[in-house]
Design a protein around this ligand. Structure first.
Ligand code: SF4
Length: 334
């Protein structure tokens, strides 16, 4: 086997390694490298090297708490929490006590942040209440993951103790979801205006997505200054309308994670992947999300009994791949 690398790819990687970002057509070239080829190997090593240089070996663990399940009327095609999936037929919220127990457990196990996720029609005031309660009781930074918001709601989140907001313009937005891409982008602008950190991920990636659509979202994250923006693959829950498309493999996901890492350059403070996987942690990702409570990829109401990985699992995976979860987080420095 020859280890000679294609000259054009080699040039792109050399530029990407410097941290200044790469161009759109270069990202598309990298999206097409064959998995198993020396080019793919070099791509992932370059992305990983850039992350270690920028993030100082820090492995991030941001603990996801899904606050509720319901048959969500928004009916996004990839989500298990929808009316049409028929998995959840009644509304259920996890109690304050349960959420607080989870948060304290995350703090005791040295998680770096709490991400509070809700379904699309969860009452905003209840999210604020949970934020106020957790802000009082635990010392971890709070990140909200909910519907689109306006400026007033952004200020209210800040007042309640949130410092960040996870928000993605999804692949297939407006096609697989009922949401308008421009409205989603308007929320990103709200976050900037009010001073909430914008957390992002290119998601939910499936085999049906054209590389151009995937790369477009990488550049959107760079343009709008995401604190982190890696990649997450779509998980098909049983009976998902997306089942006929299949799922991308972990290695395909790792290639996307690596390309997005070079697109983001030296701007982000971390680089995420989901579900937690070692291949992506060797390809530029350094941030994992352990999960409890609801998850749009699970058929169980509490994903800690389903597909969710635990904090210790994630910390172990980070250590095994050369990241240190005990260093202080880079994501929330002012
Ligand atoms: S992704 Fe969010 S808004 Fe869409 S169906 Fe699922 S819970 Fe509802």
């Amino acid at each position: 086997m020859s280890w000679k690398i294609d000259a054009a790819v080699s040039e792109i990687l050399a530029r990407g390694a410097e941290g200044g970002g790469i161009r759109e057509e270069e990202a598309l070239r990298l999206m097409r490298v064959d998995l198993g080829s020396p080019e793919a190997q070099a791509l992932m090593e370059t992305a990983s090297g850039l992350s270690h240089r920028c993030f100082g070996d820090k492995g991030e663990v941001h603990f996801h708490i899904g606050l509720n399940v319901e048959p969500c009327p928004k009916d996004c095609a990839f989500c298990s929490l929808t009316r049409r999936a028929g998995i959840f037929t009644e509304k259920r919220e996890f109690s304050r006590e349960q959420v607080l127990d989870w948060a304290r457990m995350a703090e005791a196990r040295s998680a770096d942040a709490l991400n509070l996720m809700t379904t699309g029609s969860y009452p905003f005031e209840r999210l604020l209440e949970m934020g106020r309660m957790l802000h009082r009781e635990v010392s971890l930074p709070l990140v909200a993951n909910t519907r689109d918001i306006d400026h007033r709601e952004g200020e209210m989140l800040l007042d309640a103790g949130f410092v960040g907001f996870y928000h993605a313009v999804r692949l297939g937005e407006g096609r697989d979801t009922p949401f308008n891409r421009e409205r989603r982008i308007a929320t990103i602008q709200v976050l900037r205006d009010v001073g909430l950190l914008w957390m992002n991920c290119v998601e939910p990636v499936g085999p049906e997505h054209d590389p151009r659509e995937i790369v477009d979202l990488m550049f959107l994250a760079r343009r709008h200054g995401a604190v982190y923006s890696g990649a997450m693959r779509r998980i098909n829950f049983p009976g998902s309308p997306m089942e006929p498309y299949g799922m991308v493999t972990e290695m395909e996901l790792a290639r996307i994670v690596a390309v997005s890492r070079l697109v983001m350059g030296d701007r982000p403070r971390a680089h995420c992947t989901h579900e937690p996987n070692s291949n992506s942690l060797r390809a530029g990702a350094n941030l994992l999300f352990p999960e409890v409570g609801s998850s749009p990829r699970d058929e169980k109401a509490d994903s800690s009994g389903g597909i969710g990985r635990g904090i210790e699992d994630c910390a172990g995976m980070l250590r095994e791949t050369g990241w240190s979860p005990t260093l202080p987080s880079n994501c929330f420095e002012s």
